[in-house]
Design a protein around this ligand. Structure first.
Ligand code: AMP
Ligand code: FE
Ligand code: FE
Ligand code: ZN
Length: 282
């Protein structure tokens, strides 16, 4: 069993990369992909801890893309820690996050909510800083009861303290990934908020840009949803992947490997994904 979607303290997970490696071994995973948002910062640490425990680590990250409606996340796998066209863009994405966090805090302050950037940076403890960290600070101050409530009341798209940030276009992100020797996969396709036919067209266009896979086995999806995404992938000749989207205490009720309890991602998915890797330059 493997898990191709997990977050650490390098972005908005609560477990350090080392703890994640130990947890992966404990739950019996043969491989784990670290998919922190816009950063590869945790890769060295998780690899150093996981390898002696017999757990393979796939260096990866999760990138948010610009779409008209809904939310699109792209998982990029086998992305080397070294430099490359996509790696070079990650610092730009970090800067876009920083300016957005400033603006969200200013907006919350306009609504009489007194939280500071320092508290949020402290909560994040380095790495990619995002809304879940803001949410945790709102909970700590008693403005809301839970991280989910912080999103529902303030931070989710359409709520008073939601602010966008600069994102990559889907075609650009997929192209940068390929040129960096990596493969890209459409994460949790349901968040796009598209009807089945629209989603089919959209995934078709992503496939022409060079998308390699669809995350069909996802921690929070029902069997019917997963089946639909398997067919979607098959129609476009794409791989399927799977993962829990584990975030530790930032997403209560989601477990590494098993998601909400019924997830079991077979090792073969990784083999297939690996064979979709672009040929290295001579
Ligand atoms: P950011 O990277 O700052 O845009 O925050 C994205 C993170 O917030 C992801 O880990 C999402 O799972 C989480 N998130 C986004 N929207 C919601 C929502 N409506 N409810 C709960 N969590 C959310
Ligand atoms: Fe996240
Ligand atoms: Fe995501
Ligand atoms: Zn994720």
């Amino acid at each position: 069993m493997i898990d191709l979607h997990a977050h650490s303290t390098a972005s908005d997970g609560s477990d350090s990369p080392g703890d994640l490696a130990r947890l992966a071994a404990e739950v019996g995973l043969s491989a784990i992909a670290l998919t922190d948002h816009d950063t590869l910062e945790g890769v060295a640490e998780i690899t150093a801890t996981a390898h002696p425990l017999g757990v393979r680590v796939i260096p990866a990250c999760e990138i948010s893309c610009e779409v008209e409606r809904g939310t699109m996340h792209l998982l990029v796998y086998f992305l080397d820690d070294a430099s490359g066209p996509l790696q070079d863009r990650l610092s730009f994405l970090q800067a876009a996050r920083a300016s957005r966090n400033d603006r969200i805090i200013a907006t919350l302050q306009d609504h009489g909510i007194a939280i500071t950037l320092d508290e949020v940076l402290d909560e994040a403890g380095g790495g990619s800083v995002g809304r879940p960290h803001l949410a945790a600070v709102l909970v700590r101050h008693g403005y809301v009861d839970s991280i989910q409530q912080a999103f529902d009341v303030w931070l989710a798209k359409g709520r008073p303290a939601y602010l966008g940030r600069e994102r990559l276009e889907p075609s650009e992100a997929i192209d940068l990934a390929r040129r960096s020797g990596a493969v890209s996969v459409l994460a949790h396709p349901g968040t796009l908020g598209l009807e089945a036919a629209e989603l089919d067209d959209f995934v078709g266009s992503l496939a022409t840009f060079g998308l390699s896979g669809v995350e069909a086995e996802y921690g929070r999806y029902s069997r019917d949803e997963r089946d639909a995404y398997h067919s979607l992938a098959a129609r476009h000749g794409l791989c399927v992947t799977g993962g829990s989207d584990y975030h530790g205490s930032y997403k209560p009720g989601l477990f590494l490997g098993t998601g909400t309890g019924d997830l079991a991602v077979p090792d073969e998915y990784l083999t297939a994904l690996e064979s979709a890797l672009p040929a290295p330059h001579a």
